[in-house]
Design a protein around this ligand. Structure first.
Ligand code: PLP
Length: 393
């Protein structure tokens, strides 16, 4: 007798990450010989800077091959704390004991959601938003509440909308600026009233700032630039995007010490420390300032060039799209009044008929849009956008 697999109630409603699924499909088509242009990627197309890779090799040669403290090596946590303190306008410094390093920002976010939220809690998610927030909140058995941004505000939300979506069960809010999938950046003036509302209501604010150093027009503000206290704030960042280190899997949370301690306890029963060699690589990325700054500046300059070219093509085609101020995505609306179907139908056809991969907006809570990434070579990005425009017209 065979027994069918029945997933446990922990994961019964879990959906595969749509962004990763698109990437996998594009890679499979490429492997079968199709000349697919991948505008679905969620990672920089550049390589990790050579000085970082060299520091990792040296660390391994010097014996950095064993377990470390669960929360990460002290010098890395000190470097993260010093960096945050330098950026913060608050009087009390960020301390290494506020920092928990995990296997990517994704793990840090999951640990925080699991630590702070549980059954009966509601968490506001300005939408469109990165696909994993909804799932992480649901895995913690809390309820994600999508608050849809308005078109006039480039799909960002304001404090009034959040207030209207809240109720006594609301326990938290997840912010992400610059935003995946739209590339929009919240100004300090926009963040101010949102953070003031959260403080007034005692909500936890989870501020995912992984794209903070990839901004094109002016520096993207951190929640740290705006808050008056870190009592209910958890900040997230990592080396994946700005330092082109996605595969090294290092991200972190900066949280009030008792939250950091509980997140560490949780991590001690799942993965323990993030890979030791990767922690040393991240330490080099954060402390060899000049080399890191020049690598980031070069990457941002190239991304800005692509952003400008993409926006100019989309504008000329008179499409409705969000002009990104940061990250490496733009969001294009698929007019549902035509026979094109929604963003998912459109993305499927674009891949099958024109060999261009984009991510359907449904993955981010907005089915009538698609996300395209310009983290691909300049000419490929422009050719992909031209094909998208042809498919839409
Ligand atoms: N947060 C956002 C908004 C992201 O887009 C991503 C990756 O795509 C992550 C977090 C995860 O980053 P990491 O690779 O550090 O786990």
């Amino acid at each position: 007798m065979t027994h069918a697999f029945v997933p446990s109630s922990n994961v019964a409603a879990l959906r595969e990450s749509a962004t990763i699924a698109v990437s996998a499909r594009a890679k499979a088509l490429r492997a079968s010989g199709r000349p697919v242009i991948d505008l679905g990627a969620g990672e920089p197309d550049s390589s990790t800077p050579a000085f970082v890779a060299a520091a990792a090799a040296t660390a391994v040669a010097n014996g950095a091959t064993r377990y470390t403290q669960v929360e990460g090596i002290q010098p890395l946590r000190e470097a993260i704390a010093a960096d945050a303190t330098a950026r913060s306008q608050l009087r009390e410094p960020v301390s290494a004991s506020d920092v928990v390093v995990g296997a990517g920002t994704k793990q840090a976010l999951f640990n925080a959601c699991f630590t702070l939220f549980g059954p009966g809690d509601e968490v506001l998610i300005p939408t469109p938003a990165w696909t994993s927030y909804y799932e992480m909140i649901a895995l913690a058995r809390a309820t994600p509440v999508a608050v849809r941004g308005t078109r006039e505000r480039d799909l960002k939300v304001d404090a009034t909308q959040l207030r209207e979506a809240a109720n006594p069960r609301t326990r938290g809010l997840i912010l992400n600026s610059p935003c995946n999938p739209t590339g929009t950046v919240y100004s300090a003036d926009e963040l101010g009233p949102i953070l003031a509302l959260a403080a007034d209501r005692g909500w936890w604010v989870l501020s995912d700032e992984i794209y903070q150093r990839i901004s094109f027009d002016s520096p993207a503000p951190s929640a740290l630039d705006v808050v008056t206290s870190r009592e209910r704030l958890v900040l997230f960042n990592g080396v994946a995007k700005a330092y082109a280190m996605t595969g090294w899997r290092i991200g972190w949370a900066i949280a009030p010490p008792e939250v950091a301690k509980t997140m560490t306890a949780l991590q001690s029963h799942t993965t323990s420390n993030a890979a030791t060699v990767s922690q040393h690589a991240a330490l080099a990325a954060l402390t060899c300032r000049e080399q890191a700054d020049s690598a980031i500046a070069a990457m941002v300059a190239e991304l800005r060039r692509r952003r400008d070219a993409v926006c100019s093509l989309l504008r000329r085609a008179q499409l409705d799209f969000i002009e990104p101020g940061g990250a490496f995505y733009t969001f294009v609306r698929i007019p549902t009044e035509s026979e094109l179907g929604d963003g998912s139908d459109f993305a499927r056809r674009l891949l099958e008929d024109r060999d261009v991969a984009v991510v359907p907006g449904a993955a981010f809570g907005t089915p009538d849009w698609v996300r395209l990434s310009f983290a691909a070579p300049f000419d490929e990005v422009l050719e992909g956008v031209r094909r998208l425009i042809r498919e839409l017209s």
